[in-house]
Design a protein around this ligand. Structure first.
Ligand SMILES: Cc1cc2nc3c(=O)[nH]c(=O)nc-3n(C[C@H](O)[C@H](O)[C@H](O)COP(=O)(O)O)c2cc1C
Length: 175
């Protein structure tokens, strides 16, 4: 049986999780940009950074799968918002649903990890997007804020790191 860890990462945090998971499971980790022959793998573990609800590289990568009947698929998102918040989880999963086929969605085991952000490293487009998001939520009443809104307000223009490798344990158990 052959396994692969595939990651989509802009600023390296998801890559860190993928490399740690690789170390702990002895499964090779590779960027979605370099994946070849995805149909040759039985177990596919996809880790992707969240970008405006999208899981980086996921739909492009999983679209290549011809037959998922005998595949084992694990998807893990890495985002800034609190992945324990139930509404947040629901939102992330609804977004995932719209990015992959129904068949893959129903088959996949889905996990959520917390990443981080370093505003000094963001490219111009990402900085602009975060500024727009921040301006849209900064004056909203506290009781109306989602976990995602709160994360944006609390971390705006800062460097924060919520990486917790112990949160990989549940994925390792699933593998
Ligand atoms: C433009 C932009 C959009 C983002 N959108 C989301 C989001 O929708 N949900 C979330 O939880 N985090 C979001 N984030 C935070 C990233 O998911 C977080 O920084 C993650 O750790 C990035 O992983 P990477 O370093 O592997 O790319 C966003 C960050 C940027 C810069």
């Amino acid at each position: 049986m052959s396994n692969i860890i595939i990651y989509g990462s802009h600023y390296g945090i998801t890559k860190q999780y993928a490399q740690e998971l690789s170390k702990k499971t002895n499964i090779e980790a590779i960027s979605y940009k370099n994946v070849k022959g995805i149909n040759n793998y039985d177990k596919i573990i996809y880790l992707g950074g969240l970008y405006a609800g999208g899981v980086l590289g996921m739909s492009k990568t999983l679209r290549e799968l011809n037959n998922v009947a005998n595949k084992n698929i694990i998807i893990a998102t890495v985002g800034l918002s609190n992945p324990i918040d139930e509404i947040n989880i629901k939102n992330i999963r609804n977004n995932i649903k719209s990015q992959i086929s129904k068949e893959i969605y129903e088959k996949a085991k889905i996990f959520h990890l917390r990443g981080g952000i370093d505003y000094s490293k963001l490219n111009f487009i990402h900085k602009t997007m975060m500024k727009l998001l921040y301006n849209a939520v900064k004056n909203m009443p506290q009781e109306k804020l989602t976990a995602e809104n709160k994360a944006i307000i609390e971390t705006y223009n800062k460097k924060v790191d919520f990486v917790d490798f112990s949160s990989l344990d549940k994925i390792i158990n699933e593998i």
